[in-house]
Design a protein around this ligand. Sequence first.
Ligand SMILES: Nc1ncnc2c1ncn2[C@@H]1O[C@H](COP(=O)(O)OP(=O)(O)OP(=O)(O)O)[C@@H](O)[C@H]1O
Length: 345
Amino acid sequence: MTVVEPQPQVLSASPPSAVRVRDLRKSYDVTEKEGGFLGSLKSFVNPKTRKVEAVRGVSFDLQGGEMVGFLGPNGAGKTTTLKMLAGLLHPSGGELSVLGHRPQKRETAFLKNITLVMGQKQQLIWDLPALDTFLVNQAIYEVPDDAFKRTMAEFSEVLDLEPILKKQVRKLSLGERMKCELAAALLHRPKVLFLDEPTIGLDVNMQVRIREFIRAYNERYGATVILTSHYMADVTALAKRILVIDAGRLVFDGDLAELAEKSSPHKTVKLQLGSPTTRDLLSRYGEVVALEGLSAEVNVPRAEVSMLAARLLTELDVADLTVEDPPIESVIGQLFGAERGNEHL
Ligand SMILES: Nc1ncnc2c1ncn2[C@@H]1O[C@H](COP(=O)(O)OP(=O)(O)OP(=O)(O)O)[C@@H](O)[C@H]1O
């Protein structure tokens, strides 16, 4: 008789999400006021309120260590969502879990493991050197001295903080201040970062610097990062996955490349020509978006790109040809429609 030993059961559970959002909702009650003194009096006696549904049923999961771009036009609900994730706002409905915590409870273990950076707000103490805010945060987050020193040394190296640490915050440039803001927000080494426009108003070099810092932090500490920015370069450099929110609803969750595929019907063929050609001739292949000397760019329908590229190579004097997705700005622009004023994404 053969005895079949019971096999140990292997449960292949997927790792729990660092951030879990289900049907998240937030509405604000806004008091409407008519203009003028009489209007003020009327709304004081008989206030009229209106509901603004800022977030209307958003669901997504972020795995530990993931970096995700959170995009949407003005007023789409990005900041409201991030504030709920950070526990600053109570949701009107739905479920939220960040590292297993309900953010609105603002438990110490939760607060010690997250950070919210808002490019438009500051936490540094204005009249004191940034170092003093760092020390205050060290005390608040109970960071041991040796960990504080190590983290400061590491951040100082990447962000070049040394020359500005002892300068009064009010005397720092915007870029210098942002470097210190980030350092202050991260020196307790949070595992989840909510970054709301961390590079707003900075020049291109400083944007790159801040981006490198965020990337290095993510790699070094395996932090989960959700980032909003209206500089597409931030998003393309840092995030592979994109969440797009529009009027409080999640309208896309996927790869950047997939977003381009979904929302843009064309690809851009970039040509380096061996001899000059005319716009007329090029327009037989697609929409000519640029022709300067021997360089040209033609938008062609996605489905026909291989056939048209082959034709271009045989029919014209082409020295070099590359096929690219359109820039993410134009992809997002198409997604929301030009008329929506989407310069700020
Ligand atoms: N405290 C508030 N009271 C009333 N309405 C609010 C409040 N905060 C935000 N809203 C409204 O909620 C909606 C979403 O705003 P939110 O700030 O979340 O958008 P956003 O996507 O971050 O926009 P932006 O890119 O312009 O910062 C908007 O219609 C806004 O006017």
